[in-house]
Each structure stands twice: as C-alpha cells, then as structure tokens.
Design a binder for this molecule. Structure first.
Ligand code: SIN
Ligand code: FE
Length: 292
C-alpha cells in the first residue's frame, strides 16, 4: 500500500462525485495519509505577527483552542494578541471541518469536535519526556482523555512562511505493529478505570480499548531498539500543504518543522465506512474479546 494518497484540490470545500468520496474514505480508513499539496491555509495580513515561537507558553507542546468554548490555552499572548490567535485558530477549525465534510461526506453526522492546536515552536530538538516525545514513532492515545473506541482523525496544515517542510516518519502498518507489542501488554486491572475517573486522572472511563492503545503508544516509544530498527518511511509535508490522517492507526513521528495548525475530530467506529478497519475491531480480533 502507498503511504500517501495525493489529492489535487486547492479549496476547503471541493465538490466530489460520490464514488470519489468513497474511494478517498477507503484510502483514509486503510491507513493512507491524504495529502493535499495545494491546499494552503492563508493567514491574513494582521495575523503575520502570530508566526513566532514567543506565543507559546514555553511549557505545553502546543497552543490549544476549543472550537466549542472558543477558549485559547497554553499561550503567552494576552489581550488583542490572544484574541487574534483565537480568531485564526477558529477559522482553521471551521476550514478543517468543511474539508472533512466535503471529502468524507458519510462522516458529517458522526463527527465530534476535538481541540485545535497551533505549533509555533521548531519540532526538532524540543526537550521532552520519552512518553511525550512525538519525534518517536507512535500511534496516538491520550492518557487523560479516553476515546472509548472512537477514532482520532487529524487535519494538519503546514503554514511555515519560509518554505520549510514538516518532516515526518511513518512506521509499519498497525497490522504488523499491534501483534508485535500485544504480548507485552498486561491485562487491565479490574476496577482501575473506575478509580482513574473517580480520582479525576481521566476525563471519562478508561476502557480496556484505551488501556491497550495507551500501552501500545508507551511501549512503542520506550523501545529504543524498535525505534531504530523498525521499517519506516520519511515523508516531507510541504509548506502551504494540508494533510489528513487517522493518527490512532498510522504510526507517525515528527522530525522537524515549525508553524503548523492541527484540528482533531473523534468519530464513532459505527460511523466509519468500514468499521472492521478500526484499531478497535483489529485489537478485539487479536485479544478475542470486546474492549468497550
Ligand atoms: C504528532 O501528532 O505526533 C505530532 C505531529 C506534528 O506535530 O507534526
Ligand atoms: Fe501523534
């Protein structure tokens, strides 16, 4: 399977034939990264000054925006600058939503909003703990935010003004990865999900699915021999481009790049065109039981 599915559209609301949409949906669900090399997220003149690492709070990896409450977090900006960041990120959230609805119309009813992020800091050489280090190959799973089986669909745009690409690495498919690490994952401890929620460590119940995905994420990052020797492919994501990928399915790592916007959506497995391609169904098959 090719890693990239290149789409030539240059608008956020492309008009598609229904068989075309089915084809793109199948590519995405199969683990291809949909790259739109000509779909650029344009900043307004009054937003150019937002292209600086100084707007990061220096602690969190990203500036974060909630499209529902319109709240901006993890930025040093205040007042009018903070408002401008919020407006830019809100516009990005709406553009990403439009794009997903147009490319994958079957998802429109099931899509759940996640956060928007702005990544103004150079990704190369960023200090981090191993578990939080996104320069190591991983599938996405969030310790504090259980997804309970839902898919993690992410839209990224490289808005670097100097033509600098964002360099990613893509690892081997989930079907190879999961059986490799699964034997090393202990079974979830009975009662632990209730305890995590009650203590306020997780925002919802950590299901057995979340347990396996989080362990997969951690074990993959912690295995330095695996990181060095596993099959991987470098993918260069040009400035002025946009890409869409199921980051819970496709092992990825960011090697370098600066100034990126990202929108997360969650999608229930039942809203997929082919639910059997989800990590949930794949893991359930491997462990031989229901995980949510
Ligand atoms: C990640 O989602 O692991 C990081 C991707 C990026 O910042 O390019
Ligand atoms: Fe990731």
């Amino acid at each position: 399977m090719e890693i990239l599915k290149t789409l030539e559209f240059s608008t956020w609301n492309p008009a598609l034939q229904s068989d075309e949409a089915k084809d793109y949906t199948h590519a995405l669900e199969s683990g291809q990264l949909a790259l739109l090399p000509h779909l650029c997220f344009e900043l307004e003149a009054s937003e150019r000054h937002l292209l600086s690492p100084k707007w990061s709070d220096g602690k969190a990896k990203n500036i974060s925006y909630d499209p529902q409450t319109k709240m901006v977090k993890h930025t040093s900006a205040t007042g009018a600058d903070m408002e401008a960041i919020g407006r830019m990120m809100g516009r990005y959230a709406d553009s990403a939503h439009q794009l997903v609805e147009n490319l994958f119309p079957a998802y429109a009813k099931g899509l759940v909003w996640g956060r928007t992020s702005y990544r103004p800091v150079e990704a190369e050489g960023r200090p981090s703990s191993v578990r939080k280090d996104d320069s190591l190959l991983h599938v996405d799973s969030f310790a504090a935010t259980p997804v309970q089986g839902a898919r993690i669909l992410r839209i990224f745009s490289n808005i670097n003004p100097d033509g600098k690409p964002r360099e990613w690495t893509i690892g081997e498919p989930f079907d190879n990865l999961a059986p490799r690490f699964l034997p090393k994952i202990p079974k979830p401890v009975p009662g632990s999900s209730w305890l995590l929620k009650t203590l306020g460590i997780t925002k919802g119940k950590r299901t057995a699915y979340d347990h396996y995905m989080l362990q997969l994420h951690d074990l993959e990052k912690l295995d330095s021999h695996f990181q060095q020797t596993c099959p991987k492919t470098a993918v260069s994501l040009p400035s002025g481009s946009t890409w869409i990928v199921y980051t819970d399915l496709v092992p990825h790592a960011v090697k370098s790049g600066q100034y990126c916007l990202e929108q997360t959506f969650y999608l229930p497995v039942e809203a997929m065109q082919e639910p059997k391609l989800s990590p949930l169904k794949k893991l359930e098959k491997l462990v031989g039981r229901k995980l949510v």
